[in-house]
Ligand binder design. Structure first.
Ligand code: ADP
Length: 265
């Protein structure tokens, strides 16, 4: 598959001499791939997104988008879409006003804009919601408006930071399935950060598990679940009992020689 994003040796240090927030991170994302970055709080997930978005300068290493070095390229020139947990819709504008804010066609004819907004609202499952006030929408509906706004400029890379963080569990599970279908339909390349393992596993083609500013493991959800590469990954996934064992046969063995046993709860 064609490579869309490549990080090479990306290092970010907030405190001189301290542990870096990102420690020589290498990562590739193929076009149309959905990658979810997982890891405990403080492991560097948000910093990773911010570096790719150009909101945070790297102290070392490179960010390449479609093969081009992005150093010095401002956020609005990178062709990336961002959607954060506190999505900050404009409460004084209606739904259409919020979605149109994301359009790079403010100088194009009004009819074109309106058609595009209508299409985006259809896509995110809010058909005909143009004139509704943002304050009258539920949390899930507001999240959809934020998503339509992020998709509006047709970003080559869509970055989501805890996109469904504010929603209750049931709604999150439904939305995640819809989002996966939508992204695959549109061919959108996605780099998402979440601390919620279930969400990441449901959304992602590939997960990246971070530990202290480094990538502890990357693989498909099934690969990571079946064969955690380290004890850290196993424990992070919720395998509470990690037992030392010799196991015959490939299926049960892990690279670190112990067998993770799911927590009883
Ligand atoms: P995560 O998103 O996985 O919770 P972050 O990327 O937010 O992790 O943070 C990684 C590390 O960098 C943490 O130790 C955090 O305290 C530190 N950090 C993040 N942003 C800043 C900042 N603006 N100034 C100083 N330290 C920061």
């Amino acid at each position: 598959a064609q490579e869309l994003l490549r990080l090479g040796g990306v290092t970010v240090r907030f405190h001189a001499g301290g542990r870096p927030a990102l420690d020589a991170v290498d990562l590739e994302v193929a076009a149309h791939e959905i990658v979810c970055v997982l890891g405990p709080s403080g492991s560097g997930k948000s910093t990773l997104l911010r570096v790719v978005a150009g909101l945070q300068q790297a102290d070392a290493g490179q960010v390449l988008l479609e093969g081009r070095d992005q150093s010095g390229v401002p956020t609005h020139r990178r062709g990336v879409g961002l959607m954060f947990q506190d999505h900050q819709l404009f409460p004084q504008r209606d739904v259409a006003g919020n979605v149109a804010f994301g359009l790079r066609m403010r100088r194009s004819p009004r009819g074109d804009q309106e058609r595009t907004v209508a299409e985006l609202l259809d896509l995110v499952g809010l058909p005909g919601a143009q004139r509704r006030a943002v304050a009258s929408l539920s949390g899930g509906e507001q999240q959809r408006v934020a998503l339509a706004r992020a998709l509006a400029p047709r970003p080559r890379l869509l970055m989501l930071d805890e996109p469904l963080g504010q929603l209750d569990r049931g709604l999150r599970e439904r939305l995640v399935v819809e989002l996966r279908r939508l992204f695959h339909e549109l061919g959108t390349t996605v780099l998402a950060v979440t601390h919620d393992q279930g969400e990441a596993f449901a959304l992602a083609d590939r997960v990246v598990v971070m530990q202290d500013g480094r990538i502890a493991q990357t693989g498909t959800p099934l690969e990571v679940w079946q064969r955690p590469a380290t004890e850290f990954v196993a424990r992070f996934l919720g395998f509470d009992n990690v037992v030392e064992a010799t196991v015959q046969g490939e299926a049960a063995a892990t690279p670190w020689g112990k067998v993770p046993v799911p927590a009883a709860t």
